[in-house]
Write a protein that binds this ligand. Sequence first.
Ligand code: SF4
Length: 547
Amino acid sequence: MFPAEKFLIPRPLKTRSEFSVAWFYPNTYTVGMAGLGYQLVFRLLDADEDIGVLRGFTDMEEPGISGASIFGFTFSWELDYANIVSILRKHNIPVSAKERDESHPLIFGGGPVLTANPEPFADIFDIVLLGDAEVAVPSFLSAYREARKASSRRQQLLSLANADGIYIPQFYEVQYHDNAKQGDGSIAAITPSVSGVPAYPRKKVFAPPPDYVAHSMVLSPETAWGNMFLVEVVRSCPQECRFCLASFLTRPFRATNVDALIDAVELGLKHTNKIGLLGPSVTEHPKFDEIAARLRGREDLSLSIASVRADTLSENILSTLVSLGQKSVTIAIESGSERLRSIMKKNLTEEEILHAVSLVEAAGLESIKFYGIAGLPHETQADLDETVRLLTHLKKKHKRLRFVFGISSFVPKAQTPFQWNGRDKDCGKKLEYVRKHLSKIGIDVRPESHNWSDIQALLSRGDRRLHPILKSVEENSGNLGAWKKAIKEANQNIVSMPNVKDYYIFRDIPREEILPWSHLQDEEKTQYLGKHNDSALALSLQSSAQS
Ligand code: SF4
């Protein structure tokens, strides 16, 4: 236990420990303990009376963690991989799974990065957990108990390989159309390299009981949100915007039971007044009005919610937010162009955006933040101009409100309908175009680094051949310069490697090509994503023909 922590649920009394788990977040304590995902798995592990659980971060660890039988990582942000490598090195564990022997702990990982596409990190992890933690973690623990009876590390992994929601990367072989022999470098096949392991490992999906609610287990003033109690309101999102990982990776959409959610909030309020409602888009909860009504007027409550959909805002919700101390609201519009919003399936009209901003001003909030994305598939200059036009119009109309516009550039994510679409090479120019036009009318424009978005795309659509690049970057401080150098060296020295940036980041991947994560995504889902992608193209062609 770390100083200043308060456990909200009694921990089981542990008189013996069958084995111990080192549970790491690959970033600082402040970041790691502020996330519900890390806390959720900690709670699942810690609930087992016979397992010792020790937590670790990049800046602090519980004593004795080095001696744990297995090391686990939650992996929510691609660029944290360098911290995973550093933690392994610090504990004298070889970075590559192939170099570990009987003296080393098994290394497992889970979380959105690994569930979407674990392949760039396949060399690091002995075991990857796929799917919702509530089912993947218990399945893993029970399989690991059985596997521990096996005589060798390899036999243990073989035993684990058949458990639901478990993927053992080293038991799969990837063949490529060799670039050096005039191939295009694409994947030729992904097949099991040992007999008896599933050809298509599948993720586990949690069907929550009616009273289930995921919430914080530990509060600490040292976390990023400082003693904020987090409650999950929804998982996934029914809107299925075509770029959105949060919607597609965790399908099906699940909404927390309102009574259970309010009970959880009451538990949190016994210890803090800061409550954070979590979910990709919390106002998608079919009974969000009821939740707002039951929280309204609570003087002991300071509420925080992430971004909301413009078309779900109502006077009721906004007045509740104001009564609970919220001064700002965030709306993701993605683009000011009706045409592009329809291509990305944002399901949001300009009228709804205009109405939402009027409601925000009328409710007395001080500021409004918009999210946008430049470089989405099928975007034209006219679409960018539409974004500038819409925000200019809104700013002129709502002079009292402070406007912030956070704009990123499109990163294709594995397991979404836009997984086949490459990044726009002109993203940097597009971000600057928007910034220049909107800054001068008093909007606080906050563009994200397009160079780092390139790296995110590389990791998001990458495969096992990236391992030497990842290793080199980690050894050379992990900054952008290290990435550029490592990519250049790979292009020069690894003959079988296609041009790294063009191949992984910028190209549109042909639909028939085997993707690095094809063996982890069932055919039905691939077809579903393909239909979405086709619809986007058809809408784009249709609008071009009409103009
Ligand atoms: S509304 Fe937001 S959370 Fe929902 S699918 Fe669209 S982008 Fe994702």
